[in-house]
Ligand binder design. Structure first.
Ligand code: GDP
Ligand code: GDP
Length: 438
């Protein structure tokens, strides 16, 4: 499970600037996809080998009376409750304010590990200006500059340190086939618990009674047709005895964590409701995570042919960025269409972990170039020389050559199409990166 860092502080101290800095690498990837709705308040960050989730809380007005402020405070409290550590941001230039005191009091009351940072501290070398923040009673204050990228690495290290995280495992396989980690994601009431209980109730599917592993995460290992799986039950679900139950409150953080720790995500939609904003948000997180994905539209038994057509059209228009995913129409209650979903999950996993050798990739690349070479851009003609695999789940293909920054988006998509076809990649995003030698 990725640790969760919540950014808290009064308005204008630089929380969203800090958020952007912590999450910028992922943003660049997501920006490629038109039509992707995205909640700006949750993002993925990485520092060296450690990955984490960042929440930018809307703003904390502890005693805000009513309306939107009250709602914001409520959401901030939920974010703090779900976080492993809080980064309390204050403004080094403006100094300590009454509102900072209020927030500090609230944070002390909530008792979460807390790192105090004074932002906008660029050029403040002696630190005398920061001394007043010790009054907050939250320990050391660390000067950073979100805008200039100063002190950010230390900040993340400080935040993660008390969590005693184990070093992330290497994804290298040791010969033995690993279980497929599967998360079922979807908003409340789409039928997640019904589907999972139907699955786990099937005799072909052997569930092992074994308590969970790391921190909150509970996984249920089981086997189906000789393939081992691990079902991650944090996507709005909790295990209760032998069955799964939806937890009362939908949690974006839990959904994100489940998606991030999965190999394959089953995105469950509800045919009777169509594709809602919340579905599109969840779909966006899945895309951003790079995980393999299968889409299943549940409650197919409860809709007429007009509604069926409507839902399929909505998926095309609202989730165009998941075009690579297989789509299945199912009824969890009537146990219809479930077999093909398993096949799609296995296929998505196979695609996501496919090994592609440098000679084969390079041959395919050169064939593609011969079929259609990239356009000249002014004086430059991109020259594609060779390709190697840069990662798995999602597969990454790194293409080397010259003037590759002039390769168009359209040409990149052309290459992606060729690679997908040749390697039979279904149900996984494929990332293509370019590395120019000059
Ligand atoms: P938020 O309301 O807490 O999310 O604050 P924003 O991220 O929107 O930042 C508020 C203002 O502070 C903006 O004008 C930023 O450009 C500015 N700001 C953010 N970080 C820094 C910094 O490190 N140094 C300086 N000088 N200004 C900053
Ligand atoms: P969760 O919140 O995503 O776990 O959703 P639940 O599994 O609790 O299901 C929500 C509601 O949808 C319940 O009333 C289920 O009986 C109903 N439901 C689940 N699957 C189906 C289905 O395939 N067809 C129909 N008609 N209803 C379903």
């Amino acid at each position: 499970m990725k640790p969760v860092i919540a950014l808290v502080g009064r308005p204008n101290v630089g929380k969203s600037t800090l958020f952007n800095r912590l999450t910028q690498t992922r943003d660049a990837i997501v920006a490629d996809y038109a039509g992707l709705t995205r909640d700006r308040h949750y993002g993925n960050g990485r520092l060296g080998r450690h990955e984490f989730i960042v929440i930018d809380t809307g703003g904390f007005e502890p005693d805000a009376g009513s309306g939107i402020f009250k709602e914001m405070a409520k959401q901030t409290r939920q974010a703090v409750a779900e976080a492993d550590v809080v980064v309390f941001v204050v403004d080094a230039r403006e100094g300590l304010s009454a509102q900072d005191h209020e927030i500090g009091k609230e944070l002390r009351r909530l008792g979460k590990p807390c790192v105090l940072v004074a932002n906008k501290a660029e050029g403040m070398h002696d630190g005398t200006k920061l001394v007043e923040f010790y009054e907050l009673g939250l320990g050391d204050v660390h000067g950073v500059s979100a805008a200039h990228g100063q002190g950010i690495r230390d900040l993340v290290e400080l935040a993660l340190e008390p969590l005693n995280l184990p070093e992330p495992e290497d994804e290298q396989d040791n010969g033995e086939a690993k279980p497929i980690k599967l998360a079922v994601a979807g908003r409340p009431n789409v039928g997640k618990s019904t589907l999972i209980n139907t699955w786990l109730g099937e005799e072909r599917l052997v569930a092992f009674d074994m308590p969970g592993t790391t921190r909150d995460a509970i996984t249920v290992p089981f086997e189906r047709n000789g393939q081992r799986f691990e079902l991650i039950d944090t996507a709005g679900l909790r295990r209760k005895g032998k069955v799964f139950e939806a937890i009362e409150k939908f949690s974006v953080v839990k959904t994100l964590q489940a998606i991030e720790s999965a190999n394959v995500v089953l995105l469950l939609l509800d045919a009777t409701q169509g594709v809602t904003d919340q579905d599109a948000h969840i779909a966006g997180y899945i895309l951003e995570s790079g995980r393999a994905v299968v889409i299943a539209v549940n409650k197919w038994d409860a809709v007429d042919s007009y509604q069926r057509e409507q839902v399929q059209r909505q998926i095309e228009t609202r989730l165009p960025f998941l075009k690579f995913a297989a789509l299945h129409l199912i009824s969890a209650i009537k146990r219809q269409g479930l077999g093909p979903v398993w096949q799609a999950i296995a296929q998505a996993h196979k695609s996501a972990t496919r090994k592609m050798s440098t000679p084969v990739l390079t041959r395919l690349l050169l064939e593609a170039v011969q079929f259609q070479s990239p356009q000249r851009a002014g004086m430059f003609r991109p020259k594609l020389r060779y390709a190697h695999q840069g990662g798995m789940n999602p597969p990454v293909i790194v293409i080397h050559g010259n003037s590759l920054e002039h390769v168009t988006e359209a040409y990149k998509r052309f290459l992606e199409g060729r690679f997908r076809k040749e390697f039979d990649l279904v149900g996984t995003p494929l990332r293509i990166e370019f590395k120019s030698s000059h």
